[in-house]
Design a protein around this ligand. Structure first.
Ligand code: ADP
Length: 447
C-alpha cells in the first residue's frame, strides 16, 4: 500500500478521499488554491501545499505545480478526484514518467475509452449495446446520408473527441444532415483540435442509466449494478438513484455484465462508469465511458456495501479487487440529491458567499457528503456543489419517503440552494412512478 497520496482536487471529493485514505492508514497531502486557503478539509489532511491563485487554470489544472508538490512531499500516488485533471490522459502519463502512481486507469486505457469511436468499436466486441450508426469516422458525406437513411431520422452527429456537449448536431432530414456534419466538424476542430465526427441514431425520449464498474491490474473487472440519472437540467444531474427502477433484472444483469466486459477488454484499472440511454422498450445504447470516480458513486456504495474510493486506491497500489462478482449483492434502494448553491427561482444563479446556517438531516439511512460547515465561504471560482445528501431505504418507496423527510430537515442559509426544486421533483408523479425522460425537468421548469 502507498505511504502517502496527494489529492489533486478540492471540496467534498477531497474530503471523501482523505477519509478513505485514513481508513487505509495512508497519509494525505492536499494541494489547494489561494481561494481555498482556509478550507475545512485541509485541516484533516496530513500536509497541505498551496499551488497558486484562485482560477483553476492557475492552480488545480497546473500539472507542473501538482507534480512538484507530489515530489516535494514524497507522495507515492496522486488521486485526481473528478473534474479538473481526472480525465486528462496527458496528466496520467506525466505521473507515470515521474514515477508517481496515478489513481485511475493507465493513459492508454483512458485514451482508448475517451475516444468515442474507438470506445464504440471496443464496446461492439465486448457485447455492450451501442447505437446503430456509422462504423467509424464520417469520411464521405454520401456515406453518412446512406447510413442515416438505413437507420432512419433523427440522427445525431458527434465528435469522437467530444465532451461537455460540444461538437454535437441533430439532423432530421438529408439537408439537415449535410449542414450538421460540417458544423459538427468545425466545432470539433475548434474545441478539441480533432475534427473526426461520427453519426448515430438520435433517441427522442430516453432515460439516462449508467453502470458502475471497477477493474484491477490483474485483468479482473466487476460491475456494481446501475444508477438512474434521468433528472437533469442542462445535462447537470440533480437526482441520482440506484438500482435504476423499471429495468427487468435479466436486462439489467446483461447490460451490467457487458459494461464490466468492456472495461476488462480495455485493461482498465480503477473506477469507471459506462453511461447508456434507455428507451421505453428497455433497449440500451451506450453513450460514453467516464474514466473516473463520479459524483454519484455513494448511491452505489449504499446499495452494494462496496467502498468505491477505498477500492480504487487499493487497485492502484496493485492489489487485486477484493470483491468477486458473485459476492456483490443489491441491497435496497438509494437516492442522492446534489446540493448546489444555485437559485432555482432565479435562473439557477450561482450563490457564492458565506453559509451562516448549515443544519443537516440525520437519522437511519441518511448520509451527507460535504466539506461545508457554518460560516464557510463559497468561493465564486468553482463548481456550485456544496454537498450531497444520500438516503438508503429497504425499497424505492422507503428511499423516496426518507429523502423527502431529509430534505425537509436541511436548513441552509442565507444562500439559496436547489433543495426546493428537488422537493418538488420528489413529489411529482413522473418521478414517483419513474415515468420520465431526460428532458422532464426542463419541461417542468418551462411550464
Ligand atoms: P459529452 O461527452 O459531450 O457529454 P455525450 O455523448 O455524453 O457527450 O452526450 C451528451 C448528452 O447528449 C447525453 O447525455 C444525451 O442527453 C445527449 N445525447 C447524446 N447522444 C444521443 C443520442 N444518440 N440520442 C439522444 N440523445 C443523445
Amino acid at each position: 500500500m502507498f505511504g502517502k497520496i496527494l489529492i489533486a482536487n478540492r471540496g467534498e471529493i477531497a474530503l471523501r478521499i482523505i477519509r478513505a485514505a485514513r481508513e487505509l492508514e495512508v497519509d494525505t497531502v492536499c494541494v489547494y488554491s489561494e481561494a481555498d486557503a482556509n478550507a475545512p478539509w485541509l485541516e484533516l489532511a496530513d500536509e497541505t501545499v498551496c499551488i497558486g491563485k484562485a482560477p483553476s487554470s492557475e492552480s488545480y489544472l497546473r500539472i507542473d505545480r501538482i507534480i512538484s508538490a507530489a515530489e516535494m512531499t514524497d507522495s507515492d500516488a496522486i488521486h485526481p478526484g473528478y473534474g479538473f485533471l481526472a480525465e486528462n490522459a496527458h496528466f496520467a502519463s506525466v505521473c507515470r514518467d515521474c514515477e508517481i502512481e496515478f489513481i485511475g486507469p493507465s493513459p492508454e486505457a483512458m485514451g482508448l475509452l475517451g475516444d468515442k469511436i474507438n470506445c464504440k468499436r471496443l464496446a461492439k466486441k465486448a457485447g455492450t449495446p451501442i447505437f446503430p450508426g456509422t462504423d467509424g469516422e464520417i469520411e464521405e458525406l454520401d456515406e453518412a446520408v446512406k447510413v442515416a437513411s438505413e437507420i432512419g431520422y433523427p440522427v445525431i452527429v458527434k465528435a469522437t473527441a467530444g465532451g461537455g456537449g460540444k461538437g454535437m448536431r441533430i439532423a432530421r432530414n438529408v439537408a439537415g444532415l449535410r449542414t450538421a456534419v460540417t458544423a459538427a466538424q468545425q466545432e470539433a476542430i475548434a474545441s478539441f483540435g480533432n475534427g473526426a465526427v461520427y453519426l448515430e441514431k438520435f433517441l427522442e425520449s430516453a432515460r439516462h442509466i449508467e453502470v458502475q464498474v471497477l477493474g484491477d491490474k490483474h485483468g479482473n473487472a466487476v460491475h456494481l449494478f446501475n444508477r438512474d440519472c434521468t433528472s437533469q437540467r442542462r445535462h447537470q444531474k440533480l437526482i441520482e438513484e440506484g438500482p435504476a427502477p423499471g429495468v427487468s433484472p435479466e436486462i439489467r444483469d446483461r447490460v451490467c455484465a457487458s459494461a464490466a466486459e468492456l472495461i476488462r477488454k480495455a485493461n482498465y484499472s480503477g473506477a469507471a462508469t459506462v453511461e447508456f440511454l434507455m428507451n421505453k422498450e428497455q433497449e440500451f445504447f451506450m453513450l460514453e465511458v467516464n474514466t473516473r470516480v463520479q459524483v454519484e458513486h455513494p448511491v452505489t456504495e449504499m446499495i452494494t456495501g462496496v467502498d468505491i474510493v477505498k477500492e480504487s486506491i487499493c487497485v492502484a497500489a496493485g492489489e487485486p479487487l477484493s470483491w468477486k462478482q458473485e459476492d456483490i449483492r443489491l441491497n435496497g434502494h438509494a437516492i442522492e440529491c446534489r446540493l448546489n448553491a444555485e437559485d432555482p427561482s432565479n435562473n439557477f444563479m450561482p450563490q457564492p458567499g458565506i453559509i451562516e446556517t448549515w443544519q443537516l438531516a440525520g437519522g437511519p439511512g441518511v448520509r451527507i457528503e460535504s466539506h461545508v460547515r457554518p460560516n464557510y465561504r463559497i468561493p465564486p471560482n468553482y463548481d456550485s456543489m456544496i454537498g450531497k445528501l444520500i438516503v438508503h431505504g429497504r425499497n424505492r418507496d422507503e428511499a423516496i419517503a426518507r429523502m423527502r423527510a431529509a430534505l425537509g430537515e436541511m436548513k441552509i442559509g442565507p444562500i439559496a440552494t436547489t433543495i426546493p426544486l428537488q422537493q418538488r421533483l420528489l413529489t411529482h408523479h413522473a418521478f414517483v412512478s419513474a415515468d420520465f425522460d431526460i428532458n422532464w425537468v426542463e419541461r417542468l421548469l418551462d411550464e
